[in-house]
Design a protein around this ligand. Structure first.
Ligand code: BGC
Length: 284
């Protein structure tokens, strides 16, 4: 019998230092005060980018992310916006551009869940998830693209005029009973991302997405914070460990860098194989 790693021992390999792939670039990460967004902001900064750290609640946590980046010698700024508010997004983008000079990388990451059985789901729960997870990404991307187009390619930092990395989910392809608002929002992110990739490629703007599986963050605490929940979760993960926020940050750095210059219009699943439908490992 093999021993399953427990909640608190995920046997992560020793990581190498982050390569300096993004120096001179300016990034905006939404929902960067916690979870995946926080790790992505820190990862982009470690790769050399200056980062605007967006938050809507949790200003203190956002300031801590900024302090952490600065303590490592990076540059970062906290910036408020509710991404579902058009006015907030416009103000945030203007202030990020004013502070950093421009924007080269956008990671529209802010997202949330409001879970309920379909029959019990309120319109408010539906609208909240769609407006943050899908409309929020659209608003941020629209404003960032205006800046990419205004400025064009900054040949000293990148061969592309702009890079967008949408935060999607394995649930852009894996149906999820009890979460129809969330799954619909991520399915929407997928087609928005691909349509944008097609539309914006002639302007040398690359648009991709990351599809995280189960990552150890506050959004899904109940899926990993007890031995029983963790064991249950592992039935869905061929690689037999939960993902860490840093796993997503590494993918974001790669997709934002010129190493990924010919990658456009894809979702990079970072999920330990969850999208391989492990239920079918036997049978079927
Ligand atoms: C959800 C998590 C969930 C994971 C895998 C993510 O997109 O936000 O709650 O654990 O997908 O199912």
């Amino acid at each position: 019998m093999t021993t399953q790693p427990t909640t608190f021992n995920t046997d992560l390999p020793k990581r190498r230092p982050m390569p300096d792939l993004l120096s001179g670039q300016k990034a905006l990460v939404t929902g960067a005060n916690s979870g995946i967004g926080r790790a992505v902001a820190i990862g982009l900064a470690r790769a050399g980018a200056e980062v605007a750290v967006n938050y809507v609640v949790g200003e203190e946590a956002a300031q801590k992310v900024v302090a952490e980046i600065e303590a490592e010698g990076g540059r970062a700024h906290a910036v408020y916006a509710d991404v579902s508010s058009e006015d907030d997004v416009k103000t945030m983008m203007a202030s990020a551009i004013e502070t950093m000079g421009t924007i080269d990388i956008l990671v529209p990451n802010a997202g949330l869940q409001r879970d309920a059985a379909a029959v019990d789901m309120t319109l408010e729960q539906w609208n909240k998830v769609i407006s943050v997870n899908l409309t929020g990404q659209f608003l941020c991307i629209r404003e960032a693209v205006k800046e990419f187009n205004r400025r064009g390619v900054r040949t000293d930092v990148s061969v592309a005029a702009g890079k967008v990395i949408c935060m999607s989910s394995v649930h852009e392809v894996i149906a999820w009973a009890g979460h129809i608002n969330y799954a619909a929002s991520k399915g929407g992110v997928h087609m928005m991302m691909q349509s944008l990739a097609q539309e914006l490629a002639p302007q040398r703007i690359r648009v991709n997405a990351i599809g995280p599986g189960a990552i150890r963050t506050p959004i899904n605490t109940q899926a990993w914070n007890t031995e029983a929940a963790y064991a249950d979760l592992m039935r869905l993960v061929p690689y037999k460990r939960i993902g860490e926020p840093e796993d997503i940050a590494n993918a974001a750095v790669f997709l934002a860098s010129d190493m990924a210059d010919y990658i456009n219009g894809i979702t990079l699943f970072v999920d330990g194989g969850m999208t391989c439908y492990p239920g079918f490992a036997t049978g079927g």
